[in-house]
Ligand binder design. Structure first.
Ligand SMILES: NC(=O)C1=CN([C@@H]2O[C@H](COP(=O)(O)OP(=O)(O)OC[C@H]3O[C@@H](n4cnc5c(N)ncnc54)[C@H](O)[C@@H]3O)[C@@H](O)[C@H]2O)C=CC1
Ligand SMILES: N[C@@H](CC=O)C(=O)O
Ligand code: NA
Length: 430
């Protein structure tokens, strides 16, 4: 039997050698034999583009591979991996890689949520792959299942925790371990946070991921600007403690829904009942629920951040792209044929928990309840604590109401004479 010709090695260019890039390089170098067998050709790490090649680095990174000339590295590559982050030069380098005929793999959700369509169109025209599993929920296979496994189904809703940093921070606040700033610092040290962690804290990172997931799930172009976004900066330790007292956990949720009217995508903190599976998602773990007509409910769970888990998703994509180089073919392209209308943020319908401090006088509860009812919002439960120093705390939980009705209700309640303070307004989900 003739001995098969060894396949030509594929030149892989790595852009960025931070938390994720270091682990991608380690996997490519340490698992070369297995990866070559799975891809059908050796994956040769041709170089690693960095800002400063003289900086001390992990011992696994061969100095000879480091270059400060990303443009030249990209020019000769079969597969380009972008784990630098940021919009530029990442976008320009990826476009040049695609135009030069390379397949690209990126973890850069911020870029994809802002200008993904430019990259998808370029990849389509050049007939090359663009893969981005690591861009949503780190190690969890979610992009591929939504894009490929559910391509025959009708997805109604995607709901989940897609930011590891904020989940870690809320967890620390709940256990009394650290305050928001201290927990964010620790998330940075653990490699979960973005280069600028305000992207995590203020919900931009989760909004980018929600936009990518909604685009895939609903075959409709959704960009970061289309997502109603609220981060966790306003969440206090008191909110977290009250949540526990009323049988909830505070979570930063990403919710993408398709209704008869269109598509709504939002990111905000919410109270999740303590017996709901999302309430049990701890640390930097993520979980995503997908509800589809045929499949019914699906749940995806795993590590949403961190160097090695994210590198797992990146290297998986590299193997897929390499297989296409060896065997021919191409992965799926962007699908936006449905072009569903995008609904305004205040069209969302959800339940709310409102905490307010009121004067401890007879009839106050009836007065508040009357104003709430006048706005078409119905109260599910009321809880009162106090009195203390002449005031009592009311905790109202509503039935499902439109965001716009709730906003008008809160504005009216705030003007009532006995109302001293609206302490917090949190959505209740799950
Ligand atoms: N850290 C995580 O858990 C996850 C990160 N991601 C994404 O992966 C990407 C990388 O994230 P990290 O590794 O955490 O960031 P990082 O900040 O640790 O690493 C980025 C590296 O790229 C380098 N870099 C930036 N601009 C460069 C340029 N022009 N030329 C050469 N090198 C350049 C930086 O110096 C840095 O070392 C980002 O897009 C991030 O959003 C995605 C999922 C999870
Ligand atoms: N900063 C992100 C990293 C992964 O996408 C997070 O905390 O989830
Ligand atoms: Na993923």
């Amino acid at each position: 039997m003739p001995v098969p010709e060894p396949a030509r090695g594929l030149r892989v260019a790595l852009l960025g050698c931070g938390v994720v890039g270091t682990e991608v390089a380690r996997m490519l170098l340490e698992q070369g034999t297995d990866l070559a067998a799975r891809a059908g050709a050796p994956l040769e790490l041709a170089g690693i583009a960095v800002r400063d090649a003289s900086r001390p680095r992990d011992a696994a990174i061969p100095r000879a591979l480091l270059t400060e000339d990303a443009e030249s590295l990209v020019a000769g590559a079969d597969i380009v991996i972008e784990v630098m982050g940021g919009l530029e030069p990442a976008r320009g380098l990826l476009l040049r890689a695609i135009e030069g005929g390379a397949a690209v793999v990126t973890a850069n959700k911020a870029l994809l949520a802002v200008d993904g369509p430019t990259l998808y169109k370029a990849a389509d025209s050049a007939g090359v792959d663009i893969y981005y599993e690591a861009a949503v929920a780190g190690a969890i296979p979610i992009v591929r299942p939504v894009r490929e496994s559910l391509a025959g189904d009708h997805v109604r809703r995607v709901l989940g925790i897609v930011n590891g940093t904020t989940n870690y921070v809320l967890d620390q606040m709940a256990t009394g371990g650290l305050d928001l700033d201290g927990a964010v610092r620790q998330a940075q040290e653990l490699g979960y946070a973005e280069a600028d962690p305000t992207a995590d804290v203020d919900g931009y990172d989760a909004a980018a991921k929600a936009a990518i997931l909604a685009s895939l799930a609903f075959h409709t172009r959704v960009s970061a600007d289309d997502v109603a976004r609220e981060g966790i900066r306003g969440i206090t330790s008191d909110d977290v403690a009250w949540a526990a007292r009323t049988g909830h956990a505070v979570k930063l949720l990403a919710i993408a829904e398709q209704t008869g009217e269109g598509v709504s995508v939002r990111v905000h903190p919410a109270l999740v009942p303590i017996d709901h599976p999302l309430a049990g998602v701890k640390g930097a773990f993520n979980a995503v629920f997908v509800e589809a007509d045929g499949a019914g409910p699906l749940m995806f769970y795993g590590q949403g951040a961190g160097g090695r888990p994210t590198a797992s998703a990146v290297v998986g994509d590299v193997v897929s792209a390499a297989r296409h180089r060896v065997l021919g073919g191409k992965g799926p392209q962007e699908s936006t044929y449905a072009a569903r209308p995008l609904l305004p943020p205040d069209a969302a319908v959800t339940r709310y928990q409102v905490r307010l401090r009121v004067a401890d006088l007879p009839g106050v509860l009836a007065q508040v309840a009357g104003v709430v009812g006048d706005h078409g919002v119905s109260i599910d439960t009321v809880r009162q604590t106090g009195p203390s120093e002449g005031t009592a705390e009311l905790v109202l939980t509503t039935h499902a109401a439109r965001e716009a009705s709730l906003a008008a209700t809160i504005a009216a309640v705030r003007t009532l004479e006995p109302v001293r303070e609206i302490t917090s307004v949190l959505r209740v989900e799950g």
